[in-house]
Design a protein around this ligand. Structure first.
Ligand SMILES: O=P(O)(O)OC[C@H]1O[C@H](OP(=O)(O)OP(=O)(O)O)[C@H](O)[C@@H]1O
Ligand SMILES: NC(=O)CC[C@H](N)C(=O)O
Ligand SMILES: [Mg+2]
Length: 511
């Protein structure tokens, strides 16, 4: 669930992009990159790790210009350790284009083959985002007349991307000498919001995965990029927007509201915080139904993400809310770390119980979701070790039983705790006295109640219905082989040595 950012300003944007990336860090912890544009030249710096580790003062100084794009990466294609797959990606023709992508394509292999045979383009990494950039570049080149690029040609290229590409994609790109392009897939699976502010008497624009990046940079929310829409802002600040897909649906990813997004963001007009509050209230109603005896002494969140839901749940049941686990603020999000060993170790480093809150009590632990069960297994044991009598575990999301192919790295059924298990068996597996899951209809209703205009969501990890209509059992088997924890390219050191055609690594090391 990467984070993307783009700005067309009237003064240097390097600091703005850096600060914005820091605010989007929760969407990707494995790599970060910024490209700025001054005149017809791009300036790029990217690397593996968190934003604070990738950029030094010397790198920041070299990022000159009044427009730029940026990316934080949580890989869903290729590998976490490959520097060559860090974004933004660059192609030199036509004009020079850099692109940053959040999401995951589902026809990458077909596109790659087409690109090689018909478009005569070479893809050098395993990243689907490099493929997406090359499709856009090819379609743009096909529409250039003479040396001039028209706004019509840009929208035509976006239309062609929507025709050729399947899956989830929210994109920002720069075309050297022209401006910034932004677009979102026709189902609107991944978020992309537009903000504006005034600078030197002109309107400045920012595009971001989440509105929190606009808030922290002094931009106000203008609106979301619509599903299938294309937007172009010239480097002079002229704004153009147009629908670019014939068939559109508005089905944002429900998991953004459950886990990925920051609570202070508003996605597609629905406050994430408000949505999580309602999720907690609805979960409270369900707990009243399924545990009528209600022998619970205290409700506790598993920090961070479940906090608003746990608080609302406790209020709705009239039970005390306590912070029984303290989070180490210097450890990142465990779910988006690459590899099960590091995720498991990090839960213990990240969360520690306050023993006196557990002693001889029946506790209800609340998490936003249970995916692999890495967190819940450890946490239930910690609660018992700290003296809890009974441990109930509630999830603000339904059981995750199906792989996600749209930008969340849970590619195999086998790694999901709920696969092939009843709720009773799940409780046994994590060592809880009972597990209570939110119903899918209640979860959808929670977000819908916050923005009644949202009727449909991308819910595949809960119900196995893939909105792009192209996901077959054979496709799922293939990604399971390629991306299961055993099959990931991370385990293959050769892939980390892939030549990075985007980045002057030698120069980066010298600086
Ligand atoms: O069942 P699992 O595979 O463990 O995945 C689910 C857990 O992972 C996430 O927490 P994470 O530590 O990533 O982030 P947070 O601090 O935002 O809650 C999520 O909030 C759950 O706690
Ligand atoms: N989570 C994402 O948005 C990932 C983007 C892209 N598929 C990558 O792996 O780099
Ligand atoms: Mg969590």
């Amino acid at each position: 669930m990467c984070g993307i950012l783009g700005v067309v300003g009237q003064s240097p944007v390097n600091q703005l992009l850096y600060d914005g990336l820091q605010v989007l860090q929760h969407r990707g912890q494995d790599a970060a990159g910024i490209v700025t544009s001054s005149g017809k030249t791009f300036h790029m710096h990217k690397g593996s790790g968190m934003v604070r580790d990738v950029f030094r003062t010397r790198n920041m100084r070299s990022l000159m210009g009044n427009a730029g794009i940026a990316h934080v990466r949580y890989p869903t294609a290729g590998s976490a350790s490959s520097l060559a797959e860090a974004q933004p990606f660059y192609v030199n023709s036509p004009f020079g284009i850099v692109l940053a992508h959040n999401g995951n394509l589902t026809n990458t292999e077909e596109l790659k083959a087409d690109m090689f045979r018909h478009d005569l383009r070479h893809i050098n990494t395993n990243s689907d985002s490099e493929v997406l950039l090359n499709v856009f570049a090819h379609e743009l080149a096909a529409r250039v007349e003479g040396f001039e690029l028209s706004v019509e040609a840009i929208f035509g290229a976006i239309e062609a991307v929507h025709r050729r590409v399947r899956g989830a994609y929210a994109v920002v790109a720069l075309i050297a000498g022209y401006g910034l392009v932004a677009f979102r897939d026709p189902n609107g699976i991944r978020p992309l919001v537009i903000g504006s502010t005034q600078g030197s008497g002109k309107t400045e624009y920012m595009f971001a995965s989440e509105s929190v990046a606009l808030d922290c940079s002094g931009f106000s929310i203008l609106r979301d990029v619509e599903p299938g829409e294309g937007v172009f802002v010239s480097f002079d600040g002229d704004f153009h927007a147009r629908p670019c897909a014939k068939e559109v649906r508005h089905a944002p990813c429900l998991f953004e509201y459950v886990y990925f997004a920051r609570p202070d963001s508003v996605i597609d007009g629905a406050s994430v915080y408000q949505s999580r509050i309602v999720m907690g209230e609805k979960l409270g109603e369900k707990i009243r139904r399924v545990l009528p005896a209600l022998d619970i002494d205290v409700v506790m969140p598993i920090p961070d993400t479940s906090r608003p839901s746990a608080l609302a749940l406790a209020n709705s049941l009239g039970l005390p809310y306590r912070e029984g686990f303290i989070k180490n603020r210097y450890i990142g999000r465990t779910f988006i770390m690459p590899g099960q060993a590091v995720r498991k170790k990090s839960v213990r480093q990240k969360l520690n119980p306050v023993a006196c809150e557990f002693k001889d009590r029946n506790v209800l632990l609340v998490d936003d979701s249970i995916v692999r069960g890495t967190t819940s297994k450890e946490i239930v044991q910690m609660a018992r070790d700290a003296g809890a009598r009974k441990v109930y575990f509630a999830s603000a999301a339904p059981a995750v039983r199906f792989p996600n192919v749209y930008g969340i790295d849970m590619p195999t059924r086998a790694e999901l705790l709920a696969t092939g298990r009843t709720e009773q068996e799940i409780a046994e597996e994590i060592g809880a006295d009972a597990v209570i899951y939110q119903d899918l209809a209640a979860l959808q209703e929670a977000v819908h109640s916050v923005n009644p205009k949202l009727h449909e969501f991308e819910t595949s990890c809960f119900d196995g219905r893939y909105i792009t209509g192209d996901i077959t059992a054979a496709y799922l088997d293939a990604i399971e082989c390629a991306r299961g924890d055993g099959g990931k390219k991370d385990e293959n050191p050769v892939s980390t040595q892939m030549i990075d055609l985007n980045l002057n690594v030698a120069e980066q090391n010298l600086m």
